[in-house]
Design a protein around this ligand. Structure first.
Ligand code: KG4
Ligand code: ZN
Length: 342
């Protein structure tokens, strides 16, 4: 099946053409990062307007680069939620318009379902597996028993890890979004220079908490009489990253043991992080488990990642109709499409 996928949940307007849920013929991502940077974060109203401006050229470019005509598209998968409602509506409206005008079957896909199955575009992983999704809006551990079969094991009780990175970067005067910048600076610093807290490390749940870590950075900065730069800034970034990675690794290990799972998938924008990738690799080697972390281009927001679940649903006839709405808040374990799958 040849499908068109559309993603507009936050600040990337993206479209892709994918064959059989596997072969990516094109993947176009138009980022709004530069627009939002001057406000220090994503401004929802501006995001919606930018999506509106870019959605048609991005879809057209995805079709052109794939060398296919709209008439050849056999299904459309679109991010239905969660995300910014106004932003989601642009993608959902585009998908519904194309579905109506060209009589193409349509399905709405959960954004996180896209992230945790993104690596399947390169190499499918056998079910069941543990998925850690780390992004600007999510820090969740899921047990995945199949496409459409997800159970939340743990989640952040306050900030998502990407949010903590971005807020910390703002405190350090690095600009927005600062996750990748902190990562870069951390590579030249000492992870033991500043002893930051490891929130919820020893509690019995699989939940996370990152807002205190950001506050710890603020408290540290207030104690200093100057803005950190050079080696001091590198050390701060490395110490922050070490605290984040230690918590993510320990909770992931606890979840693997609790569920008796042998396979681990890490996805979402923060899965681009070099420290996290290295720490998870070490964990996988130590526990002798299979690890999949997609290449960075598939970790951040993109439309191709929707094709894995989208293709499975469309092929099985699990369709949405033109009454499909966008859902801003949508827990993944409420997707429950698996009952309709063969
Ligand atoms: O998945 P994503 O592209 O969008 C959401 O669904 O949120 O994730 C974006 C998040 C941002 O918070 C960004 O700062 C973070 O991923 N990020 C990183 C790195 N690259 C992106 N955080 C830490 N290290 C990185 N290398
Ligand atoms: Zn995302």
């Amino acid at each position: 099946m040849l499908i068109l996928t559309i993603e507009t949940s936050c600040d990337e307007t993206a479209a892709a053409v994918v064959r059989d849920g596997r072969l990516v013929l094109s993947s176009v991502i138009s980022s709004q990062v530069a627009t939002h940077a001057e406000y220090g974060g994503v401004v929802p109203e501006i995001a919606s307007r930018k999506h509106l401006e870019m959605i048609t050229p991005v879809v057209r470019q995805a079709l052109d680069e794939a060398g296919v005509m709209l008439a050849e598209i056999e299904g459309i998968a679109v991010t239905r939620g969660p995300g910014l409602l106004g932003a989601l509506l642009v993608g959902v409206s585009m998908a519904k318009s194309l579905a109506l005008a060209c009589r193409i079957p349509l399905v709405g896909v959960h954004h996180i379902e896209g992230h945790l199955l993104a690596g399947f575009l390169e190499q499918p992983v056998l079910f069941p597996f543990l998925a850690l999704v780390v992004s600007g809006g999510h820090t969740h551990l899921y047990r995945v028993d199949g496409i459409g079969r997800y159970r939340i094991l743990g989640r952040t009780i306050d900030d998502a890890v990407g949010e903590a990175y971005d807020k910390t970067a703002t405190l350090l005067g690095l600009g927005y979004p600062g996750g990748a910048l902190i990562d870069k600076l951390a590579q030249q610093g000492s992870p033991t220079a500043v002893k930051f807290p490891r929130p919820l490390l020893h509690d019995k749940t699989l939940n996370f908490s990152f807002s205190g870590l950001k506050t710890a950075v603020l408290t540290h900065l207030k104690k200093q009489s100057h803005t950190p730069e050079g080696a001091e800034l590198h050390d701060l970034c490395a110490s922050f990253q070490a605290a984040v990675c230690e918590v993510l690794v320990k909770k992931t290990e606890a979840a693997l043991k609790q569920e008796g799972l042998q396979r681990l998938v890490v996805g979402g924008g923060v899965a681009c992080n070099s420290g996290l990738r290295h720490a998870m690799q070490q964990l996988a080697t130590r526990l002798k488990i299979e690890l999949q972390i997609p290449p960075p281009v598939l970790c951040g927001d993109n439309a191709a990642m929707l094709a894995v679940a989208g293709d499975a649903y469309l092929t099985a006839g699990c369709l949405d109709d033109l009454a499909m709405d966008a859902i801003a808040t949508w827990p993944l374990d409420q997707v429950a499409r698996w009952e309709q799958l063969p």
